[in-house]
Design a protein around this ligand. Structure first.
Ligand SMILES: [Zn+2]
Ligand SMILES: [Zn+2]
Length: 92
């Protein structure tokens, strides 16, 4: 699915679903956020599931965290790189 990432606000980017409260901690039915792959990776690299559940359970809280702020400043300047699917064609 393509759209706008809720963290870095870049457009036309492939989105993944982030459970604001990790599923392991009972977040399956709680709100989700659509994040691009880079942001999603970054969020999980910076914080443990427990930290996300206790402290960073909304997009606004995440955006306001010092470590993510730094990352967002940088990622916003990065172009949306599309992963090009390679089509294998049998030409004979
Ligand atoms: Zn993003
Ligand atoms: Zn996630």
């Amino acid at each position: 699915m393509e759209g706008t990432c809720e963290l870095c606000d870049r457009n036309g980017i492939e989105l993944t679903i982030h459970h604001l409260t990790p599923r392991e901690l009972g977040g399956s039915l709680l709100p989700i956020a659509y994040l691009c792959k880079s942001c999603h990776k970054q969020v999980h690299a910076l914080y443990s599931n427990r930290e996300l559940a206790i402290r960073l359970y909304t997009v606004l809280l995440m955006k306001d965290d010092e470590a993510l702020k730094k990352y967002l400043k940088w990622i916003k300047k990065q172009p949306v790189t599309r992963v090009v699917k390679i089509r294998k064609s049998k030409t004979k």
